[in-house]
Design a protein around this ligand. Structure first.
Ligand code: G1P
Length: 290
């Protein structure tokens, strides 16, 4: 039985699509309802059984690490004023979960960011969650669906898992797109979790070149061998070291599966989608949701 207890969250992006909001506040800390966006992504990881979260960032992102640490001064002041309940609510991270941060150094792409976590993760298998993408916690069961499902599937058959979802024609060029030998089976599974063997990925293709409309959503479960492929991956699309190129190499040797997404997701790194996400989370919370 393979255990997945580590997760990498790359947080080194400058968030240019979220300016001016992201000029002095990391985009990952922008609010969705009453909490920063990355709070929900970390909750998702913990619900799926992750115990060690590795943030990959840079000097301007230390506020994210602080968000997951205890602020002893604030804690003391709240308790002195009898606001113990509020102080307790800030210490929500379970005792057996650690959050650490490592720096990427040069901004050489997503593949390079994931590789930067190798000194902490070593020979462990691990998940990757891209915190721009926030899965809707109000329509899915985070301890069974999506990442949790993928970790379970990986434990059963040892194949790395990549979460995918159908996207509209005009959005194909923004994503890694999966190539499958038969997409009809996948179409039948729309909106539920199911795993399929994948033949490869194309990073940000034009619609004409896209092998399908199944886009990589931003949740991955990898066997640690991916690090060896990442270490040998050269810069490609956009001059960056792409995670999808390393996945293609992993496919040829070990086989990789895609998992179809259940529920809905928001791109909190894009202004329009962020605003929709904010309204959705705020409405849920105003109606009494957590
Ligand atoms: C990254 C990945 C891409 C994936 C996308 C999901 O791209 O390279 O394969 O589909 O995240 O959000 P980015 O959005 O960082 O350009």
């Amino acid at each position: 039985m393979k255990n997945v207890k580590f997760a990498v969250l790359p947080v080194a992006g400058f968030g240019t699509r979220m300016l001016p909001l992201s000029k002095s506040v990391p985009k990952e800390l922008l609010p969705l309802g009453s909490r920063p966006a990355i709070h929900y992504v970390v909750e998702e990881a913990i619900a799926a059984g992750i115990k060690h979260i590795v943030l990959v960032g840079h000097a301007q992102k230390s506020a994210i690490e602080n968000y997951f640490d205890v602020n002893a001064e604030l804690d003391g002041q709240l308790r002195r004023k009898g606001k113990d309940e509020l102080a307790d609510s800030l210490n929500w991270l379970p005792d057996d979960v650690t959050v650490s941060m490592i720096r990427q150094g040069k901004p050489l792409g997503l593949g390079h960011a994931v590789l930067a976590a190798r000194p902490i993760i070593g020979e462990n298998d691990f998940a990757v969650l891209l915190p721009d993408v926030v899965l809707d916690p109000y329509t899915t069961n985070m301890s069974a669906d999506n990442l949790a499902f993928m970790i379970d599937a990986f434990a059963k058959d040892g194949h790395s898992q990549i979460l995918v979802d159908q996207v509209a024609d005009e959005d194909v060029h923004k994503y890694g797109i999966a190539k499958l030998s038969d997409t009809s089976a996948v179409d039948d599974q729309a909106a539920t979790n199911a795993s399929f063997k994948v033949a490869g990925f194309v990073e940000k293709p034009s619609l004409a070149d896209a092998p399908s409309k199944l886009a990589v959503v931003g949740r991955y479960v990898f066997s640690h061998q991916i690090f060896d492929y990442l270490a040998n991956t050269k810069a490609s699309v956009g001059g960056e070291i792409q995670l999808t190129d390393a996945i293609d190499a992993l496919i040829s040797e070990y086989g990789v599966n895609v998992t179809t997404m259940s529920g809905s997701s928001y791109d909190a790194g894009d202004m329009q989608s962020y605003m929709q996400a904010f309204m959705h989370f705020a409405q849920q919370q105003l109606a009494g949701g957590e």
